[in-house]
Ligand binder design. Structure first.
Ligand SMILES: NC(=O)c1ccc[n+]([C@@H]2O[C@H](COP(=O)([O-])OP(=O)(O)OC[C@H]3O[C@@H](n4cnc5c(N)ncnc54)[C@H](O)[C@@H]3O)[C@@H](O)[C@H]2O)c1
Length: 437
């Protein structure tokens, strides 16, 4: 970004940026560059002095130039006084630190103090203030810490920051993601409009989703790195070039580097994923290559199955229609189907359950799957119902163990039965594990 280019935001907003650390300083300078009137505030007089002198308080490529230009133009100011910074502000962006405590919990002292100070200054204000939390905070923090301190007349939004140190200015100007969350739509729109010049459509979400997404993103990045390193370590041990393996993996932008497999749903199964993961982990252990993340994937999958079992067990013990038996939709493959494991648990615990799968009709299937049902899981074969309508008139609850084509989904919906959706189709009408407190 060139610091000499002219501002592009047509409606300047008065913004107080609280905390002039890595996030706050970059945010303050870039928002000033976009044409807003920004007042940065930090309790650290040294950082404030740096900004006033047109310098960056730390090294970040491109930041010093923007600070110099915006301070010279009068669009960026700095102070150690929070009341002074927010006096004329329409929006206060809170960018203070939220460091880790020893047990991993967040230390919210800085946030609490700032919010407390803002609350004290509210009675003497003449214009409304929107408080936007840019610091990383655990879901629920705005509702439990910020809103109670500020009171109901100050809208609070969550506007998490995704910049990476070292390319922070570039990441601000060309963001990978803009998220604004809150329940006050006007406040959310106002904060989102700050990013309009950046031409990245903002994701407008609930307050808690905005808080959560930051954790989801960082966890995902960490998991990606650990995955690449574990595959790399095993590849290297096998004399295979780690980079070639991973760059080839990334060449698949349909299933690998894509949104595929990133929807929360039921446990995975089938003839490939469990078998190949087991094989990979086993062979790595024989080579003395420890792969803690890959080793944890099957246990994690079992945990998802356990949550599903628990959710079904929580239904009042009446007649349960399970829709889908194969490990996923549009197949009759029963190998390692999590639905089979689920049904076995339910039968073992005495639940009255029957199952329908559009692709597994005992009188019509033949070959290996029929043999599998008759020889390996005859106890489940006995529960199969070939007529969905008959099953639905018998049942009190529907458990969706598979995504279903529209006609079946409609038939289930028309039955009026409560649905426990294990696969994330959004058709749930009774609580699923993820929604439990
Ligand atoms: N650094 C990153 O790359 C990054 C990226 C995304 C999100 N975040 C999150 O953003 C938040 C800020 O991170 P950071 O790296 O900028 O932290 P930081 O420690 O560099 O900056 C925090 C600033 O807040 C100031 N401050 C604390 N209490 C204050 C008060 N009462 N009044 C005024 N100023 C006060 C501190 O003096 C400090 O300058 C954290 O929640 C962090 O997790 C950081």
């Amino acid at each position: 970004m060139s610091s000499a280019s002219s501002p592009v935001n047509t409606a300047p907003v008065n913004i107080a940026v609280v905390g002039l650390g890595y996030v706050g300083c970059v945010t303050a300078a870039c928002l000033a560059h976009l044409g807003n009137h920004v007042f940065g505030v930090d309790r650290d007089a040294h950082k404030v002095r740096n900004v006033l002198d047109g310098q960056a308080p730390f090294f970040e490529p491109g930041l010093a130039e923007i600070i110099r230009a915006t301070v010279a133009a009068g669009s960026l100011r700095a102070t150690t006084s929070l009341p002074e910074a927010i006096a004329e502000a329409h929006i206060a962006l809170i960018c203070v630190g939220t460091p880790s405590q020893k047990n991993g919990n967040l230390d919210l002292d800085q946030l609490r103090r700032v919010v407390g100070e803002i609350a004290e200054s509210l009675p003497s204000r003449h214009k409304p203030l929107i408080v936007a939390i840019r610091s990383t905070v655990f879901p629920g923090t705005c509702e439990e810490v910020v809103i109670p301190a500020l009171g109901p007349s100050t809208p609070v939004v969550s506007n998490p920051e995704f910049l990476r140190e070292g390319v922070a200015v570039l990441d601000f100007i060309e963001p990978s993601l803009v998220v604004v969350g809150g329940e006050d739509r006007a406040a959310v729109d106002r904060v989102a409009s700050l990013y309009e010049p950046l031409k990245v459509p903002p994701c407008l979400v609930s307050l808690r989703t905005a808080e959560m997404i930051k954790y989801a993103c960082n966890a995902f990045h960490a998991v990606k790195i650990a995955f690449a390193n574990e595959i790399g370590a095993l590849s290297a041990r096998l004399g295979i070039g780690p980079s070639e393996v991973m760059s080839t993996l990334c060449a698949d932008v349909k299933l690998n580097a894509s949104a595929a497999y990133l929807k929360p749903g039921f446990a995975f199964g089938g003839s490939c994923l469990p078998k190949d993961l087991r094989g990979l982990v086993y062979r790595a252990s024989r080579l003395d290559v420890r792969l803690p993340m890959l080793e944890s994937v099957l246990p994690s999958n079992n945990e998802q199955l356990s949550r599903a079992i628990e959710a079904v067990m929580d239904l009042p013990a009446q007649r349960i229609a399970c829709i889908g038996l194969a490990f996923k939709e549009n197949t009759d493959d029963l190998r390692e189907s999590p639905v089979v494991s689920l049904l076995e648990q339910l039968i073992g615990k005495g639940r009255d359950v029957r199952v329908f799968d559009p692709h597994i009709q005992l009188d019509a299937i033949y070959g290996s799957n029929k043999n599998y049902i008759l020889a390996t899981i005859p106890h489940i074969g006995r529960l199969m119902e070939s007529d969905l309508g008959r099953l639905l008139s018998w049942a009190d609850y529907v458990v969706l163990g598979q995504k279903q084509r529209d006609a079946i989904a409609r038939q289930i919906e028309n039955s009026g039965l409560p649905v426990l959706d294990l696969v994330g189709t959004g058709r749930t009408t009774v609580s699923v594990p993820a929604q439990k407190a």
